[in-house]
Design a protein around this ligand. Structure first.
Ligand code: 3H9
Length: 707
């Protein structure tokens, strides 16, 4: 038998154990091993029932995702898992599946083929395939509605969200929760059911509902998917497959599921989402910071500034159970900050995210203060004061004086140099950038900015801390705007240029939302506040190269007090509930301004709008990669997906460029250079890769880049 599967016996109960670390994925060898074990069990008269269990930290977390790439590359085409699952279900002896950790994807599909399922209370089950752009491909869409009902199956297969053991029990996905040792519990359960007629999931049609009820469920789910998962194919395919479970015999439903599964698997969406899955794990690989680098314990923290960012960061720390001092300069600002935190927590309770008691416990961890008292004891300080170098240096000088020598000092700057901030201290090795995205308690991205002197221990600690805080931490180098905002500059510059050249405001935003961006670039400006960029541009105006075209519309809007949502008007006008509407007054203003500036007006296609904005991102991303401010193209992708609303099913800007083909992207950039001049000069790396027929994903494999 394969090394990945072991067969043992506890008297009359056989125990099949899957051992394929780290997550017991059903890699080649595992299904074969289970099948062989079943053959032996069938032949062994002494065995009355069998248990299927996972060794190590989890039951089966799904198919081996690495194998999908081999399948789509045409290197592999297996028989699939369906025959094995039928073999389990048709076993003459009851098979009881014991779940701990996660039974995800074909882990749950495997479990559902068993006659009974038991689980530890801490276990979770789910069909997360949709997050990889696919649907369950081993009869999950056919067996799950038979166990859990149609509505629950639709919810699980379209959202991909896991279900805890208690809920799984309530919905009939599992039969029992085991307290104490799982193996002992499942063997006892197996003895109870041994010799009885075992239920086959595929023959249980009682929960498949009636046509009228189901029609409402499917229509609602399709509408939901079209709005909440706009552009994604897999949720709709999952609904089609579950619908088949309600209208077709099991075997035919399985055939339709297979067809849809393969269609999704071979799609660009799935390839992109699988790229995102592995890239999100790759970010924690820092070549010069080994995995065993000692971590600095972070048991307490302080945040400076109780504004939107500071308050959000204090909540992030409190949510992770870390006590935090929250310092402001005056009582009124501190009170305002605390009131916002309280109302955020109250909203979460209202929405059912957690209980009032949990909110209270978290709130208790945040201690407001107007002084540095207590700062000598904290392990970490995050400065989230107003974005200005002089002020930040002043604060860091104070922190260097009041904090203990081992404390880490972090700045939540979005543009300023970490090295210059660190120069205000005598401990540059303990200074690091921690760029949260607004709202800090919601957005997953954290850019971790490495200064010249930042120590490896501090970097390793922050990579680990980002996970504790529930964030995706990406290490970036110290350049202006770091990775995300540095790329966002050219992207939003092009959006403005397009309007100044004659494109409609809504047309620019629509071209990008049609591409899949969560929001258009101009609406995003209104949301973030147009004045933020305006102030930064004023501070850096002296660095602008003379003779280079600069967009002017946003600056002029700010001069008129149109800062965006917060002032009720920006590119759009907003009502009291911040709903946007086109504003003919802005259209007129733009017409006047461009006439005055003598900019020729023309019709601009949605394709040109999307290309100019997206390739501006890609060209700047290529420079960042070559200059070493990002470790990998995929790190840039993760930043854009988690911080800037880039559609994950496009894989991020660099992956997207790879899928278009760098030769084509390069030629388009050259065309823009001919039309618009120097600002469109192709990045040398883009040019080189295009000429060599290579991709951004290849970079780093041969020619290293280091943040
Ligand atoms: C499926 O099942 C399709 C079927 O319906 C049909 C088939 C015909 N494969 O996340 P972690 C690796 S689709 C390969 O850091 P955690 C991961 O890359 C699948 N590798 O740990 C990492 O490697 P490294 C449906 C996998 O504790 C290491 O394991 N299932 C797989 O934070 C540890 O992972 C899913 O989509 C895999 N399936 O979280 C589940 N899973 O150390 C995907 C993990 O080299 N997995 N790895 O970077 C997860 O959601 C999480 O990994 C899990 C553990 C919750 C299980």
């Amino acid at each position: 038998m394969s090394d990945l599967v072991q067969l043992t016996k506890q008297n009359d109960i056989a125990v099949i154990t899957i051992n394929n670390p780290p997550v017991n994925a059903l890699s080649p060898g595992v299904p074969e091993g289970i099948s062989e074990a079943l053959d032996q069990i069938e032949k062994d008269d002494a065995v009355k029932a069998a248990v299927l269990i996972g060794g190590g930290r989890t039951f089966v977390a799904g198919a081996d995702i690495k194998e999908f790439g081999k399948m789509t590359a045409g290197k592999k085409r297996g028989a699939g898992l369906l025959p094995l699952l039928l073999k389990i279900e048709d076993s003459t002896k009851p098979i009881i599946v014991a779940i701990h950790g996660t039974a995800f994807g074909c882990g749950l599909e495997l479990a559902m083929a068993g006659h009974y399922r038991v689980a530890l209370a801490s276990a979770q089950v789910g069909q997360p395939e949709v997050k990889l752009g696919i649907i369950p491909g081993a009869a999950g869409t056919q067996r799950l509605p038979r166990l859990a009902g149609v509505a629950k199956a639709v919810e699980m297969c379209t959202t991909g969200n896991p279900v805890k053991a208690e809920e799984a029990l309530k919905f009939g996905i599992i039969d029992k929760i085991i307290d104490g040792d799982l193996l002992t519990g499942v063997v006892a359960f197996a003895r109870e059911v041994a010799g009885k007629v075992a239920p086959k999931t595929r023959e249980r049609n009682g929960k498949l509902g009636n046509t009228a009820e189901n029609a409402a469920v499917f229509a609602g789910a399709r509408e939901n998917a079209a709005t909440k998962q706009r552009g994604l194919r897999a949720p709709l395919a999952a609904i089609d497959a579950i619908e088949a479970a309600t209208t077709m015999p099991f075997a035919e439903g399985c055939q339709l599921e297979q067809k849809l599964f393969i269609e999704c698997l071979f799609s660009d969406q799935s390839k992109s989402l699988i790229h995102v899955f592995f890239s999100e794990r790759e970010v924690s690989n820092i070549p010069d910071v080994p995995k065993d680098t000692p971590l600095i314990p972070i048991k307490s923290a302080a945040v400076i500034g109780a504004g939107t960012m500071g308050g959000g960061i204090a909540m992030v720390l409190a949510n992770a159970g870390i006590p935090v001092l929250l310092k402001e300069a005056d009582q009124a600002a501190l009170d305002r900050g605390l009131a916002t935190i309280q109302s955020n927590y109250a909203n979460s309770v209202k929405r059912g995210r957690f209980t009032a008691q949990v909110a209270e416990e978290r709130l208790k961890l945040i201690k407001p203060t107007l002084t540095y008292e207590g700062f000598a004891n904290v392990d970490l300080v995050i400065e989230a004061a107003f974005e200005g170098m002089a002020l930040k240096k002043e604060i860091f000088k104070d922190l260097d004086r009041v904090c203990k020598p081992t404390a880490i000092l972090a700045s939540n700057t979005s543009t300023l140099s970490i090295d210059e901030i660190a120069s205000a201290t005598k401990r540059a090795e303990s200074v690091i950038g921690m760029h949260f995205f607004s709202p800090a308690n919601v957005m997953r991205l954290l850019e971790i900015v490495r200064g010249k002197a930042t120590s490896k221990e501090v970097i390793a600690t922050f990579m680990a801390l980002s996970k504790t805080l529930g964030k995706v931490g990406v290490l970036v180098g110290n350049c202006r705007g770091f990775v995300g905002n540095r790329m966002f500059g050219p992207y939003r510059r092009e959006a403005q240029f397009l309007v100044e050249e004659g494109a409609g405001i809504a047309a620019v935003d629509k071209a990008l939302t049609d591409f899949g961006m969560a929001m258009g670039p101009l609406a995003t400006g209104d949301l973030a506040g147009l004045d933020v960029g305006w102030r930064i541009r004023k501070e850096y105006r002296h660095l602008e190269k003379p003779g280079i075209r600069q967009p002017f519309a946003e600056d002029k809007l700010c001069e008129l007090g149109r800062y965006g949502q917060k002032s009720g008007a920006g590119w759009y006008k907003y009502d009291a509930s911040r709903r946007a509407a086109p504003d003919p007054a802005v259209d007129q203003l733009i017409r006047d301004w461009v006439a005055e500036a003598g900019i020729p007006q023309r019709q601009i296609s949605a394709e040109e709008i999307a290309d100019r904005c997206l390739y501006a991102l890609v060209n700047e991303g290529a420079r960042i990669l070559e200059e070493g401010y990002a470790l990998r193209a995929s790190d840039i992708d993760i930043i854009y997906i988690n911080g800037y609303g880039f559609p994950s099913y496009r894989g991020g800007p660099m992956w997207y460029a790879d899928t278009v083909g760098l030769k084509q992207v390069y030629e388009r950039v050259m065309e823009f250079q001919r039309q618009h001049g120097e600002i469109w000069e192709p990045a040398p790396l883009l040019k080189r890769l295009a000429e060599q027929g290579r991709t951004f994903a290849d970079v780093g494999k041969e020619e290293g880049a280091a943040a």
